[in-house]
Ligand binder design. Structure first.
Ligand code: ZN
Length: 377
């Protein structure tokens, strides 16, 4: 057997297949061809990569970032938060809508190494003309949104609707009803951003179905998934029971250690960890990267296996690409992250400016995208 790259001596963590421990990972062309006990790879090995002391995981997936550089003060170049940071797939969360999706494809999808997918904003201009994109109902154009989805069915993975007061103004819950109707017709999930009311979270949650995603689920603002007594609101319980997925979506103002800890007390876990990275919180924090966000969960006491599940297999299910990515299964695309958990004092900060001192940091060392190896920055 011809092996182009053998990643050896590392500790494999692949929640999708259950592999956890010392294995070598073999890659030929753009595919994974085997995960074997150390030293058992036979045949012709062209290149060996020594991953001693590192974790070897499926390529990390971030389902919420802003990677459309046409959005002023917001859009980051996809590779900057993708392969440079150990992430092989990034989904843009509604930076563009049907009106400017062609430009998004030109600028953000084609010209980057990172795999770029997108939640199409239900508002026609996306975020390009400002952050109150759902205040004007004329921007809800169902038929052209459906046409764009059909045109780019390989890139568009769902519909984004930002349901908070500053976005919708007087429009209330109506834009979400439109988003749901379009998504149903296209047989895609909706990702809903939640924040300050209106609309009320109760109303938002009641409109969601199995497979839909609530991002910023663990924010620290009033009117979130927990009531004033720290109990889960009934609409959130029913949504979870229906199969609605709660995603982190850290962002500058949408992740709270206190909310996460209280949710954990109640047995509520994130379905996935995403960043909501954009220029400001990428450069100056508190987000910085997906691995930094993962470090915060390590500091909160979750296991590395669990955290890797939330950043590989789980987001791959949300993107409906479990057969291709989010796993090291033989025959899948050779998207692999080589990470290191380094002993280093670090002060972690959430979106409420709460600080947490910790002594470990998850760092991305190398990213393999479709069989090509890139050093992280
Ligand atoms: Zn966002």
């Amino acid at each position: 057997m011809q092996i182009d790259v053998l990643i050896e001596n590392g500790t494999v963590v692949d929640p999708a297949t259950g592999h956890s421990g010392r294995y070598d990972v073999a890659v030929t062309g753009d595919r994974i061809v085997g995960v074997w006990k150390p030293g058992s790879a036979g045949g012709d090995i062209c290149r060996r990569v020594n991953a001693e002391g590192c974790l070897v995981t499926p390529g990390l997936i971030d389902i919420h970032a802003h990677i459309f550089e046409a959005v002023p003060q917001m859009g980051v170049r996809p590779d900057n938060v993708g392969i440079d940071q150990g992430v092989t797939t990034v989904a843009d969360a509604g930076s563009s809508g049907e009106q400017n999706f062609h430009e998004f494809v030109e600028r953000s999808v084609i010209s980057n190494t990172t795999q770029v997918l997108a939640w199409l904003n239900i508002s026609s201009p996306g975020l390009v003309e400002g952050r109150s994109e759902l205040a004007d109902l004329n921007r809800l154009v169902a038929e052209s949104t459906l046409a764009r989805i059909a045109e780019y069915s390989d890139i568009i993975i769902g519909i984004k609707a930002r349901m908070s007061g500053s976005v919708v103004k007087e429009s209330g819950i109506y834009p979400l009803a439109v988003a749901k109707s379009v998504a149903r017709r296209a047989e895609l999930p909706v990702m809903v951003h939640i924040g300050n009311a209106p609309p009320k979270l109760q109303e938002v949650l009641d409109l969601l179905d199995e497979g839909d995603v609530v991002t910023h689920a663990f924010h620290g603002k009033r009117g979130g998934i927990l009531d004033e007594n720290g109990q889960l609101i009934p609409q959130a319980r029913r949504a979870l029971d229906r199969g609605v997925r709660f995603d982190v979506g850290h962002g500058s103002s949408s992740f709270s250690f206190a909310t996460m800890n209280q949710a954990r007390e109640l047995g509520i876990m994130p379905y996935s960890i995403s960043t909501d990275l954009y220029l400001e919180n990428w450069l100056r924090g508190p987000v910085y990267s997906l691995t930094m966000t993962m470090t915060k969960f390590l500091a909160l006491g979750y296991s590395i296996e669990q955290i890797i599940e939330w950043t590989t297999a789980a987001p791959a299910r949300i993107l409906r690409r479990s057969n291709e990515i989010g796993t090291l299964k033989e025959g899948t695309i050779a998207d692999i992250s080589i990470l290191k958990v380094v002993d280093q004092p670090v002060e972690l900060v959430d979106s409420e400016n709460e600080k947490l001192s910790f002594d470990k940091l998850i760092q991305a060392q190398y990213t393999m995208k479709s069989g090509e190896l890139y050093p992280c920055k």
